[in-house]
Design a protein around this ligand. Sequence first.
Ligand code: SF4
Length: 161
Amino acid sequence: MVDDSSPEPTPRALVSACLMGKACRYDGGHNRDQALESELAQEGLTPVPFCPEEHGGLSTPRPAAWIERDGAAAVLDGKSGLSTGDGTDVTAEFLAGAEGALELCKKEGITRAFLKERSPSCGVATTHVDGVAVSGPGVTAALLGRNGVNCTGVEGRRDDS
Ligand code: SF4
């Protein structure tokens, strides 16, 4: 006999860890967004914090990095990369972080993500190319979007009052 008394599992959403208060930004800070925490609770979503850049093996703090040219789609297609201001190639680390995010979403059945705007990894509407903020997603948001995860950009640092 099937036991249907157990509660439905709470839907989960991937969230940039820095938005949840983890000090994983490149400069060692965070972007805790209390308004987002309230919004997720209202929607009945359990946040799953994840930092692609730390997952990809980069340390915190770390030098700022950006997409070299043409945007995140070109990175995913092997036609561009990412580097720091001193020219260090960090493409492999950013791709590993994006792939880790996608793997986690697949494993946990996650179909929504709330990601920090303007990051070269997490930005959804805005990212950094050649050191300048431009329209377009970061590498993680682009890979998640290609695979059907609904990504919402969050600026961060709002309080919930
Ligand atoms: S924006 Fe994304 S990659 Fe950058 S610190 Fe936050 S979670 Fe990590």
